[in-house]
Design a protein around this ligand. Structure first.
Ligand code: CAA
Length: 386
């Protein structure tokens, strides 16, 4: 892909790095994506190599084991990896956006040394445990409890739909001192998943992103040492919301990657497949699909990179990240649906990548805030007196 055509402000080093990442994604990740999709096998080898390449802690300072890159580069890398394998994309996104980012932003030096360094350098993997069986879109009322005990905090409760839950070495956990306090009662903790009382129970059997784990986590009298509280007591909800703002740029980029894969596959198919004595690319119906797919893809890419650029510039980006996630997720689902239409009967079979794209795209409209939640965030920003 020619990245310089998509965004006017890319510098030489971003373009060179993206060429390398794109090449890795296409030569190493893409060839095994179908195998991982069909077997549900976690892409361990690729994640390890991505750690060595600096892709698991892209925006973390080199001082703490990261790659020290900007959010625009992260968004481009997420798109390239997700175009090859969306399961690998979400594993990368959670570790970067939802685990490294909050420790980077709210952790003290001790936490950065002990937890961020191995996470950012890809030696360890993390998960983000906010959602619960009764609290998905409304995390302020979460029920997982903590109580202060000498030397630490005792945690009891359960978490649901946790990406990387089965493999995670560390978990960013949100728990409440008293659910009646709603968001004001929530604190964030870094939990070592080897601690006594922690267990992973149910693994979800999913429609798409099948090679990433989605797990239920249980905390049964888990004692977390004092040093593991992230930020101050009561800061948890704001840490979660702020983290999800960044996460939404990552998932928007994952959605773009899925959409890019479906669009490229459709272009190739349209030029090769012949009906009525000529390639179907000659048919205006197909041309219109391709034109609209590429336009929706580029429009949502610009929104995503705009949100990323604002984050890099230290400007507010809550509304822009929500717009990016909303637009990219819906574009991805639309594009994947039309990609199957372009492929006809072939697109409905597992032989063609668009079948996987269609299943993978759907989740981008759901996790890290559904499309409806993004609309709530955008409307709240538009309808507030400035
Ligand atoms: N940044 C910082 N603070 C924020 C914030 C933000 N983006 N959004 C809200 N807050 C603050 C508010 O200022 C307010 O603070 P004060 O009490 O000091 O005024 C406080 O948080 C409460 O705000 P609201 O009353 O607006 O909160 P709410 O309960 O109405 O919720 C919501 C707002 C936007 C709907 C929020 O609940 C939300 O984003 N829900 C979706 C949750 C979500 O995305 N879950 C995804 C799970 S993670 C996942 O999917 C990961 C995975 O594995 C891939």
């Amino acid at each position: 892909m020619d990245y310089s055509k998509s965004w006017p402000n890319l510098n030489e080093s971003q373009i060179m790095l993206m060429d390398q990442i794109h090449q890795f994604a296409q030569e190493v990740v893409a060839p095994v994506a179908s195998h991982h999709d069909q077997t549900g096998e976690f892409p361990t080898a690729n994640i390890k190599q991505m750690g060595e390449m600096g892709l698991m802690g892209m925006m973390v300072d080199e001082k703490w084991g990261g790659a020290g890159l900007d959010t625009v580069t992260y968004a481009m890398a997420m798109e390239a990896i997700s175009a090859a394998c969306a399961s690998t994309g979400v594993i990368m996104s959670v570790n970067n956006s939802l685990v490294c980012a909050p420790i980077n932003a709210y952790g003290n030096d001790l936490q950065k040394e002990k937890y961020l360094r191995p996470l950012a350098s890809g030696q360890k993997l993390g998960c983000f445990a906010l959602s619960e069986p009764g609290h998905g879109s409304d995390p302020a009322g979460l029920k997982c409890r903590f109580e202060k005990v000498p030397g630490g905090y005792k945690i009891n409760g359960s978490k649901n739909w946790i990406t990387n839950g089965r493999e995670a070495d560390y978990c960013i956990l949100f728990a409440s001192v008293n659910p009646d306090l709603r968001h004001k009662g929530i604190s964030a903790f870094i939990v070592d998943t080897k601690l006594k009382g922690f267990s992973v129970n149910k693994l979800e059997d999913k429609l798409g992103i099948t090679a990433s784990s989605t797990a239920s986590l249980f905390f049964d009298d888990v004692i977390v040492p004092d040093e593991c509280i992230l930020g101050k007591e009561g800061d948890g909800f704001k840490i979660a919301m702020n983290t999800l703002d960044g996460g939404r740029i990552g998932i928007a980029s994952q959605a773009l990657g899925i959409a890019m894969c479906a669009t490229e596959a459709s272009k190739k198919f349209a030029m090769e497949r012949e009906q009525f004595g000529a390639p179907i690319a000659k048919l205006q119906a197909i041309q219109f699909y391709i034109a609209e797919m590429t336009t929706r893809l580029q429009a949502s890419r610009l929104l995503t990179w705009f949100a990323a650029q604002r984050k890099d510039q230290g400007l507010p980006y809550v509304r822009e990240a929500a717009m990016a996630k909303l637009a990219a997720a819906e574009a991805s689902m639309w594009i994947a649906t039309k990609a199957i239409q372009v492929h006809g009967g072939y697109g409905y079979t597992k032989e063609y990548v668009v079948e996987r794209n269609f299943r993978d795209a759907k989740i981008t409209e759901i996790y890290e805030g559904t499309s409806e939640i993004q609309k709530i965030v955008i409307a709240a920003s538009e309808l507030t007196k400035k």
